[in-house]
Design a protein around this ligand. Structure first.
Ligand code: BG6
Length: 489
C-alpha cells in the first residue's frame, strides 16, 4: 500500500499526554503492524529534546514492552523524528512543512514529493487558535495527500466559546479534516452499543417508552484530583466527563436507527436525538464535592479543597447527578440519569436500562424489573437481569442474570485501548467515532445554562466523603425523578 508515506505529527510531544498516551499508542499500533507500511512519527514542541532518549527513558514505562519486542522497539525508534519550534511564529511552521517533506523522501513510496499528514494537537487550549491557524497556513499537505487534525478536549467552556472555536477551525480545515477525540467512543463496550442495538431483533421492538422505565449511565472514579486540581477546578465534573463522555453514551443509546453504518448517517441520528433534549435546569441536578476521610489512607484524607492547586472556597462540583429528558416519540417520559463523580468507592462506568414492571404480576408482585446492564469498565460485560423459577420444589420467581462477561467468554482476546482504535480510525479516515461540529454544539446547548447558573450563583455543593458512594441525596433524585428502582440491584 505504498503510494504515499504517512507522517504522524505529535504537537506538544514533550508533554504529559504525549508521554503517557499518544506515544505508547503509536508504539502499539506500530508493533502490531496496523499502520500503513511507510509511516513516520514527528514530535514537535518548544523544548529541545532528544526524541529517542525521551521515548526510551520517559515513555517506556507506559509502553509495556515485552522482552522479545526489543528489536521491534528499536525499529520504532528509528521511525521517530523531532523538531523544536514555537507555537506562534510562521517560520516554525514553515520549518515543520519542510521537515515533513524531507521525511517523505525517506519513505520509498511511489510519491516522494510529500506525505499524508496527521497532526495530533496534544496542546493546552491557550495555544490552539494560533497553532491551528499557522498549521493551516504553512504546514498542510499538498494535494493529493491529505491533512487530518486530531483535536483534544476541552472544546471550549460553553456554547459560545465552543462555537467560536468551531467557527475558527472551520475557516482553516474542512469537517472531514477535523477529528475531535472523545476517548469514550473508542471503548469496546461503547462501540458495542451500535451492534447490540441494531444487530438484535429482540432489542429493536422494546427499545422505547413502552417497555423502558428509565436509563442510568454512571461514571465513578476512586481517586480525587491528584494534583490536577488547577485544571479540574476550571472545568468541574460536568464539563470533564458529563457533557462529553456520558452524553455521547446517551446519544448512542437513544438515537434512532441510522440509515447505514456510515459515519455521517450515525452522527445525523445522534444530533437528531440531542436536539430533542431540553436544557438542564438546577432542579434536574444534585451536585457534590468530596471532603477528606479522616479514617482513610493517604490521599483519601485529602478533601477537594485540601488540594493546594484548588482555589480556596471553590464551589466546583466533583460529583453530579442529572436527570435528562428526551422529548421525542420514542422516549417521552423516560428519564435518562447521568451520574458521575471523583473520589468515590470504586472505578466503574456502566449503563443500566431498567424495564417496566411486569404488568398483572401473578407472583404477588414479587417480580423484579428486568434490567440490561452494559459494563463499560472495568471487566467489560453485558448482562440481563431476569426472573427465573427458583430451582427445586417451589414455584417462586427469583432474580438472576443472563451473563456475558467478557473475561469468561472472550478469554485471552486482545482488547485494544480506546486511543489505539481512535488513532487507527484517523489513519483509515473513519469519523464514526469522532464528534462532529453540530453534535458538539448540541451537547453544549444542553449544559450551558446550568453551568452558567452554577458559576453565577455558586451554590455550595453537598459534601460527600472520599471513598463513599457520593451524595446520598442523589439516590432520592434517581428514584423520585429518575424512576430508578434500587431494590432491583
Ligand atoms: C478524562 C477526564 O476525559 O477521562 C478525566 O478528563 C477522567 O478526569 C478520564 O479521569 C477517565 O477516563 P477513563 O478512560 O480512565 O475512564
Amino acid at each position: 500500500d505504498c503510494r504515499s508515506t504517512h507522517v504522524f505529527v505529535v504537537m506538544g510531544a514533550s508533554g504529559d499526554l504525549a508521554k503517557k498516551k499518544i506515544y505508547p499508542t503509536l508504539w502499539w499500533l506500530y508493533r502490531d503492524n496496523l499502520l500503513p507500511s511507510s509511516t513516520f512519527f514527528l514530535g514537535y514542541a518548544r523544548s529541545s529534546i532528544e526524541i529517542k532518549d525521551f521515548l526510551n527513558q520517559k515513555c517506556r514505562q507506559y509502553m509495556k514492552i515485552k522482552p522479545d519486542e526489543e528489536q521491534r522497539f528499536q525499529e520504532f525508534l528509528e521511525k521517530n523524528f523531532y523538531l523544536t519550534g514555537s507555537y506562534d511564529k510562521s517560520e516554525s511552521f514553515v520549518q515543520l512543512d519542510l521537515k515533513i517533506v524531507e521525511i517523505a523522501k525517506l519513505g520509498k513510496c511511489e510519491n516522494v514529493e510529500d506525505a499524508n499528514r496527521i497532526f495530533y494537537l496534544a496542546l493546552p487550549p491557550s495555544v490552539y487558535t494560533s497553532v491551528t491557524k499557522l498549521l493551516s497556513q504553512n504546514s498542510k499537505a499538498r494535494k493529493p495527500h491529505f491533512t487530518r487534525v486530531i483535536v483534544e478536549k476541552p472544546f471550549g467552556k460553553d456554547l459560545k466559546s465552543s462555537n467560536e472555536l468551531s467557527a475558527h477551525l472551520s475557516t482553516l480545515f474542512t469537517e472531514e479534516e477535523i477529528y475531535r477525540i472523545d476517548h469514550y467512543l473508542g471503548k469496546e463496550m461503547v462501540q458495542n452499543l451500535i451492534v447490540l442495538r441494531f444487530a438484535n431483533q429482540i432489542f429493536k421492538r422494546i427499545w422505547n417508552r413502552d417497555s423502558i422505565e428509565c436509563v442510568m449511565i454512571t461514571f465513578k472514579e476512586p481517586f480525587g484530583t491528584q494534583g490536577r486540581g488547577g485544571y479540574f477546578d476550571e472545568f468541574g465534573i460536568i464539563r470533564d466527563v458529563m457533557q462529553n463522555h456520558l452524553l455521547q453514551i446517551l446519544s448512542l443509546i437513544a438515537m434512532d436507527s441510522p440509515v447505514s453504518k456510515n459515519a455521517e448517517e450515525i452522527r445525523n441520528e445522534k444530533v437528531k436525538v440531542l436536539r430533542t433534549i431540553p436544557e438542564l435546569k438546577m432542579s434536574d441536578v444534585i451536585i457534590g464535592q468530596y471532603v477528606g476521610n479522616p479514617n482513610g489512607q493517604g490521599d483519601e484524607k485529602m478533601g477537594y479543597l485540601d488540594d493546594p492547586t484548588v482555589p480556596a472556597g471553590s464551589t466546583t462540583p466533583t460529583f453530579c447527578c442529572a436527570v435528562l429528558k428526551i422529548k421525542n416519540e420514542r422516549w417521552d417520559g423516560v428519564p435518562f440519569i447521568l451520574k458521575s463523580g471523583k473520589a468515590l468507592n470504586e472505578r466503574k462506568a456502566e449503563i443500566r436500562i431498567q424495564f417496566k414492571e411486569v404488568p398483572g404480576d401473578i407472583f404477588d408482585n414479587t417480580c423484579a424489573r428486568n434490567e440490561l446492564v452494559i459494563r463499560v469498565q472495568p471487566d467489560e460485560a453485558v448482562y440481563m437481569k431476569i426472573s427465573t423459577k427458583k430451582p427445586g420444589m417451589n414455584f417462586d420467581p427469583v432474580e438472576t442474570e443472563l451473563d456475558l462477561t467478557y473475561k469468561h467468554r472472550y478469554e485471552g482476546e486482545y482488547m485494544p485501548d480506546a486511543y489505539e482504535r481512535l488513532i487507527l480510525d484517523v489513519f483509515l479516515g473513519s469519523q464514526i467515532n469522532f464528534v462532529r461540529t453540530d453534535e458538539l454544539a448540541e451537547a453544549w446547548r444542553i449544559f450551558t445554562p446550568l453551568l452558567h447558573q452554577l458559576e453565577q450563583q455558586k451554590p455550595k455543593p453537598i459534601p460527600y466523603v472520599y471513598g463513599s458512594r457520593g451524595v446520598p441525596d442523589a439516590d432520592e433524585l434517581c428514584t423520585r425523578v429518575g424512576k430508578y428502582n434500587y431494590s432491583n440491584t
